[in-house]
Design a binder for this molecule. Structure first.
Ligand code: GLU
Length: 310
């Protein structure tokens, strides 16, 4: 048998790192990047970089450049990309056309205040469940150009198995309601763009923080509507500060500017690998050295991990 025949049916394993260039990376982002990189490299797959600069008000090219320089400095090199979502509008527009043709979208004129007014008190945990107010309006296609565009969701459970947190079942009508796939100002919604990109880029595995775990059923739903195979989803514990809050830009000493001035790349990678259960003690190490040591069953399944560089 010829070598080319042997590999003909093989689907290459591919993961991606998809940062939004709205700030310099911090340790939480690096933790996701490292584990996504290790997960795919430990199975000889490739790693793609996609810059999610959908929001023109918050995205900056200089942050994208910083992210790339920081990844290189850490030794987390990518095999494909960078791709920029801001250069892929026509693909998102094509997907919207498909959903429109299937009668699954409608224009929404609700303001944030209208939406908040429909929230029952028990839903006010930060999550907004859209009550479907504009679903009932007569459909006027032209309105799609001057309003937000929402995608109808069914009142049924979407089931999937997270690679780290196990079986999940989410009813989108209760979890989020019909969701926005294009904002009123024309900016594409994350849930649509990410599905178009993951499926068209041949991504087989998504690894990211568990704050996005409940975005996965939305993405599985959109992929199905577009007739595409969704990737597998594996979520990670979130890194928290000593007060138990998720690490954010407000925490001192965790952004890459400070870290690069204070520690070596090996020290940062070693500390994160220790948090992830891959090293028994923190020590300076390169991502490459961790590849043979990586296994998902070593990574803790708590929702949060308390982080400190000391
Ligand atoms: N761009 C998103 C973020 O930086 C991540 C999206 C994803 O991994 O699906 O939070």
């Amino acid at each position: 048998m010829q070598k080319s025949e042997k590999f003909r049916t093989f689907t290459p394993m591919k993961a991606r790192f998809a940062p939004s260039p709205t700030a310099r990376m911090h340790l939480g982002n690096v933790f996701c990047a490292l584990l996504s990189w290790l997960s795919i490299k430990s199975r000889q797959g490739s790693w793609l970089l996609r810059i999610e600069d959908l929001d023109p008000d918050r995205s900056r090219r200089e942050y994208a450049d910083h992210i790339m320089r920081d990844l290189e400095w850490l030794g987390l090199t990518w095999d494909e990309g960078p791709y920029y979502q801001s250069e892929r509008h026509s693909l998102y527009a094509e997907a919207l056309e498909k959903l429109k043709a299937a009668g699954l979208v409608y224009p929404c004129f609700c303001t944030r205040a209208d939406i908040m007014a429909t929230q029952a008190p028990h839903e006010s945990d930060g999550r907004i469940v859209y009550a479907g107010t504009c679903r009932a309006r007569p459909f006027i296609e032209k309105d799609l150009e001057r309003a937000a565009v929402r995608l109808r969701v069914p009142d049924e459970e979407i089931r999937f198995t997270d690679g780290h947190y196990g079986p999940q079942s989410v009813n989108l009508s209760r979890h989020c309601g019909d969701f926005i796939i294009r904002r009123k100002d024309g900016a594409w919604g994350y849930q649509l763009a990410v599905v178009v990109d993951d499926t068209s880029m041949g991504i087989t595995e998504v690894v990211r923080g568990r704050d996005l775990l409940l975005s996965s059923p939305q993405q599985i739903y959109v992929a199905r509507l577009l007739g595409c195979e969704p990737p597998s989803f594996t979520h990670l514990p979130l890194l928290c500060n000593a007060a138990g809050q998720r690490l954010s830009k407000r925490d001192h000493g965790i952004d890459m500017e400070y870290l690069r001035a204070t520690y070596s790349a090996g020290e940062i990678i070693g500390r994160l690998a220790w948090m992830a259960g891959i090293l028994s003690l923190p020590r300076p190490v390169s991502p490459e050295e961790l590849i043979p040591l990586f296994r998902w069953d070593k990574v803790p399944t708590e929702d949060h991990l308390t982080f400190s560089m000391r």
